[in-house]
Write a protein that binds this ligand. Structure first.
Ligand SMILES: NC(=O)c1ccc[n+]([C@@H]2O[C@H](COP(=O)([O-])OP(=O)(O)OC[C@H]3O[C@@H](n4cnc5c(N)ncnc54)[C@H](O)[C@@H]3O)[C@@H](O)[C@H]2O)c1
Length: 284
């Protein structure tokens, strides 16, 4: 299937990044959030990313305008009627995702593929609320989407080979490296990544080292671009927490169990950079 028009649901960290790379890659792109302030916030993130690319000489001003001309923001899901491929990137909550899949199923044309950017939830379960389970697939991008090269394409129990191949070709067309994973909790990356981050929180919680020393130890000892606590603040503590809960619930292994400190931080609204406070303070 030839993809021309792409829809993205959710204009947060991931949705805005996915919409940006789609528009950059030549797709007419519409992105939706719950109200116009949230849509505008996502659009502003994209504009400032592209302006930075212009400043750094990576793209020209006219290329920036051309990319933006392919992007449209909306609060109305009915604007997805003409989309060939839709990526859902709303909050990591199965109830909400199912509601959106059900609405998209009734709005989108018959040939459209609906994908989820979920980090951990079941693609099979999302597909079960639609009349097109064969055309439901996972496309798991990484933050920040314009920079990170990977997309995990996830095949549910019902995803057809044709849908899988279209999703893989879509990922390729965005300049990403595509890996294929089964519909298992955490797919490939989070299955390996979540226990590592949980251990870092446990080390901090037990007072074994300061947050700076934990981050520096990993950054300079293992040559990772960022320490685990900085990374958590960067990617969103709530998002990570929900992901860990899902893996723990589904797999029952203690290594996926969210530590009490993580839970408390979510309860306190200390969600990292997006709320100004996480393991570090960003208010100053
Ligand atoms: N943050 C990461 O590093 C990361 C990486 C890979 C995948 N993911 C996954 O991507 C998804 C989104 O994560 P995020 O970090 O962008 O979260 P986020 O909180 O930054 O953004 C979620 C957005 O969804 C919007 N939303 C909620 N309900 C909606 C609805 N009914 N219609 C339209 N928009 C709605 C919210 O207003 C918000 O703007 C989650 O499933 C998450 O697990 C996140």
């Amino acid at each position: 299937m030839q993809i021309k028009n792409v829809g993205v649901v959710g204009c947060g960290f991931m949705g805005s990044g996915i919409a940006q790379v789609c528009a950059q890659s030549g797709y007419e792109t519409v992105m939706r959030d719950m109200n116009s302030a949230l849509v505008e916030r996502g659009m502003n993130v994209i504009k400032s990313n592209l302006s930075r690319d212009v400043e750094k000489g990576r793209i020209t001003e006219s290329r920036k305008d051309e990319i933006l001309s392919r992007l449209k923001g909306t609060t109305d899901l009915r604007d997805f009627r003409g989309c060939d491929f839709v990526v859902e990137a709303v909050t990591e909550d199965m109830r909400l995702k199912k509601e959106i899949f059900s609405s998209l199923d009734s709005i989108c044309s018959k040939h459209a593929i609906i994908a989820s950017n979920t980090s951990t939830l079941s693609i099979t379960e999302m597909g079960s609320v639609t009349k097109r389970p064969g055309q439901i697939v996972g496309t798991h991008f990484f933050y920040p989407v314009p920079v990170m090269k990977l997309v995990e394409v996830v095949k549910s129990l019902s995803t057809t080979e044709e849908t899988l191949n279209t999703a893989k070709a879509f990922g390729d067309s965005l300049g990403k490296t595509v890996v294929v994973a089964k519909d298992t909790p955490g797919f490939i990356v989070n299955r390996l990544f979540i226990p590592y981050i949980i251990d870092a929180i446990r080390v901090y919680e037990a007072g074994l080292a300061s947050r700076e020393d934990i981050d520096n130890a990993i950054k300079f000892g293992l040559n990772y671009p960022m320490g685990p606590l900085t990374l958590l603040d960067f990617a969103g503590i709530d998002t990570f927490y929900y992901a860990a809960c899902t893996l723990y619930e589904e797999l029952g292994e203690p290594r996926f169990c969210p530590p009490p400190l993580l839970r408390r931080m979510v309860q306190a609204g200390h969600l990292g950079r997006k709320t100004g406070k996480g393991f570090y303070d960003y208010t100053k």
